[in-house]
Each structure stands twice: as C-alpha cells, then as structure tokens.
Design a protein around this ligand. Structure first.
Ligand code: ASP
Length: 439
C-alpha cells in the first residue's frame, strides 16, 4: 500500500478522548503519513464549534464589545487547554493563544481568525503524535484574484512532503500572494485533505468523520437505510447535487483528477470499512441502485405547442425568456409537442408571472401551465446504464403507492432517473423506491 492521507473532521478531534481514537487509528497503519485536522467541533448537540467561536470573537472585536470578546475567547482557550492537560502533553500553549488573542484584537482579518481553529489544533495534534507540523500558509496558495492556485500549491507542497514523512497539515486555510491568510469556504478542511493527497501522490484519501460512510437514503426519511459500499465520483456528484451532502464539493476535484479514491470512515467505529468513492467500478451489480436523494421546492412551467418539434428556435426562445428574467433552470425534459422547464422556487420567487408572460409573447404556445409545490426524487446508480427495467421499477413503485408522477427526466448521463412528485408525496416516494430495490 502506498501513502495514505487522513483527514479528521471536527467531531473526531473535539476532545481528548477523540484525540486518543485518532492516534490509535493513525498508528494502526504506518502508511497513514499525513494528517489533516479540522478545528475542534461539537462534543454534543448543545456545544459550539471552535470555528464558530472564532468568527464570534472577530465580530465582537470589530464591534469593540470587549468583555463579550474576552468571554468567548476564554471559552475557546479552555477547549484547547483541556485537551492538552488531559493528554498530559506538557505543551506551553499560552504563547500561541496570546498571539491569536492579540492579532484578533488588533485588526486581523476574519479569515485569519477563523483559520486559527485548525492551526492551533494542528500544533496540539503534532505534539501528541510526535510528528512534524507544517503550517498550511506555507504550502497552500491562493492567487491574486482569490482563487485557489492549484499548480503553485502542488509544486511547493509536493516538494515539502517529499522531504517530510509523518506530518500534520492543518485544514481549511492557505495564504494569499501577500502572505495574509485566506480560508476555503466552510467545511473546507475536506478540500485541504484532497489537496494534500494529490501532492503526496497518495494511494488513498481517508476522510474520517462521525458517520460510517454514505447511506443509500436520508435516514430521516427511510428507516435504517443500508450503507453504500462503493460509489463513483459521478454518482456522488448526482446525489450531492440532489441534497445528499456529506463531503465538501470542491474536495472531490483534486483527488478525482489524480484518480485517488476517497474512503469515508467513522472515527468512532474504525472497524467499519465505510464508503469508498472511486473513479469507476466494474464489479457492480447490473440494475442495482446506489442511492436515492431528493429536494423539495420546485416549480414546473409546462409548455405545449402543436408541431413544436419542427419550429426552429423554440427552445432557445423559452430559455431566453428565463435568462431575461435572471432565472436559471434545473431540468428541462421535453416531448414532441411539450417542453417543461423546472426551476427552484427560491430562484423564481416573485417572477413567475413575468416569466410566463415573456414565454407567451416569444413562443405563442397553445397552452402554458405553472405547477408549483413539486419535489424531485433522484434514483442514482451506475448499474442502470443500458439495463432494462430500472425505470420500470422506479415508476412501478411510485404507481403501486398511488403517487402521481408529474415529471420524468433521465438526462443523458444514464445513471440518474429523476421523478417530479407533489411535495406532499415526497417522503412516501423515497420510501417506495428504496423498498422496491431492497426486496
Ligand atoms: N473548521 C472549519 C468549519 O467549521 C472547516 C472544517 O471543519 O472543515 O467550517
């Protein structure tokens, strides 16, 4: 086995008990050479993430609410000091905390403040493991326009890693060309982990969290859904677009590009193999599905016109009408004389009449209908490509449950069948499809 890069999320490093679990996991496999920590997360549902405390500190400092600032800063300092004390590290952490305290009070940027959660946690983890600490600001770069500079980063970081075995690289941030700190968007330690995996030429990127991989459906909708063992990047993209998010979207790209698989694992259940995200998987069962996801809050504009198929420019005029109203569409299934444009409610709010009027004028349809209160249910699976019967099973399950299908879209990817149903039927629809494939 080659190099493994392990990223640990906030709940995996929330206190000393979690730190011990992380150390055991890392020491269990000598290939786990680089570790990317998040900031300490919630210990229970009432707890506050350290990153959120840092955002508050920055805001309170800006507003000159100094006694409140001190209170929050004290709380976050205690989170770290408790970990150090319980792990008996004997680390003199005061100078680090004082530096952060001083900087936030003296005009440091919000990104600097937020990044310190990972920075400080990285110092502690490195001391606990006896590994080297590499400040992400020295190896992860953004360009002058604020975009992640993947080439420069890859060059500097891979050279640095080539000379450093067993190191801790804090997640979530890097530096601007002037050396100041910049963070990725929230949840961005996933991105750092992927960047490190690419630069290290890793064979595997492990993403340790508090769930044992992805589930086939949302457990709030389906009772005890099965775990997904293997999923392709493309399937994951389809599922996460439809709301099944566990991983930061940008985290996929660096590793996907390099063909490095991602393994989603659970720090609290390390014996579980979790979910493996891969480029392609030939061993799948034909006709089987990988997962079901869905979203509420859609409106369909159904347009009908006799001989629409032979009218040049019809589709363009419909889309132009949307564009003029600044509305983007999500799906556009069409028939011979019909065309439906699906838009999210948040996107078209307050502009439906304007859009319909524009389409009427530009396209002169025979009939145009607005159907609101729709939900989309996506059934995703690489096993459905060119395999007859998957769609029949999806639609049969919905029919058997008495659910009216308002729209169907298979798209050209052939790994995703989308059904539009009334929002009142949403949960029932997800369960019906899940059960149809689980029997
Ligand atoms: N600590 C950061 C956040 O809360 C980044 C991360 O955890 O991935 O968003």
């Amino acid at each position: 086995m080659g190099i493994v890069v392990a990223k640990f999320g906030g709940t995996s490093l929330a206190d000393a008990t979690q730190f011990r679990k992380v150390k055991n996991i890392l020491l269990a496999d000598e290939n786990r050479m680089y570790v990317v920590p998040s900031a300490p997360g919630r210990r229970d549902s009432d707890d506050v993430k350290v990153t959120d405390m840092l955002y508050s500190c920055h805001k309170l400092a800006q507003e000159q609410k100094l006694s409140e600032f001190e209170q929050v800063f004290q709380m976050l300092s205690e989170r770290y000091l408790e970990i150090i004390e319980e792990l008996e590290l004997g680390l003199d952490f005061k100078p680090h905390l004082e530096q952060v305290h001083y900087s936030i009070l003296h005009g440091a940027s919000v990104d600097y403040a937020a990044s310190r959660g990972e920075y400080l946690n990285g110092i502690i983890l490195a001391a606990y493991l006896g590994w080297q600490f590499i400040d992400a600001a020295e190896v992860i770069f953004f360009d002058a326009s604020g975009k992640f500079d993947s080439e420069r980063t890859n060059e500097v970081l891979s050279a640095r890693l080539a000379g450093t075995r067993y190191a801790v690289i804090p997640g979530f941030y890097g530096s601007n060309p002037d050396g100041s700190i910049k963070t990725f968007s929230r949840g961005g330690s996933d991105v750092t982990g992927a960047i490190v995996a690419r630069a290290a030429g890793a064979e595997l990127y492990e993403n340790w969290t508090d769930v044992s991989g992805f589930l086939m459906a949302d457990p709030r909708i389906v009772k005890r859904p099965k775990r997904i063992h293997v999923i392709t990047y493309r399937e994951l993209r389809e599922l996460s677009y439809m709301g099944a998010g566990v991983l930061h979207e940008d985290a996929i790209f660096p590793v996907r590009m390099a063909g490095i698989p991602i393994n989603i694992r659970n720090t609290n259940e390390p014996e579980n193999a979790g979910t493996m995200i891969v480029r392609a998987d030939e061993s799948h069962v034909r006709g089987a599905i990988t997962g079901i996801a869905g979203k509420k809050g859609f409106t369909a504009i159904a347009i009908e016109k006799n001989m629409m198929n032979s009218e040049l420019g019809f589709g363009r005029r419909v889309l132009e009408a949307l564009e003029e109203c600044n509305v983007s569409f999500e799906h556009m299934p069409s028939g011979i004389d019909t065309m439906t444009v699906l838009v999210s409610d948040s996107n078209i709010a307050g502009r439906i009449d304007e859009v319909v009027e524009k389409i009427r004028r530009a396209c002169k349809p025979d009939h145009i209908e607005v159907i609101s209160g729709l939900s989309l249910v996506a059934t995703v699976g690489r096993g459905m490509v060119r395999y007859p019967g998957t769609a029949a099973r999806v639609f049969g399950a919905l029919a058997d449950s008495g659910i009216n299908i308002r729209m169907i879209d298979q798209g050209s990817s052939e790994i995703n069948i989308i059904a539009g149903v009334e929002s009142a039927d949403f949960e029932r629809a997800v369960n019906a499809i899940y059960n149809a494939f689980m029997k």
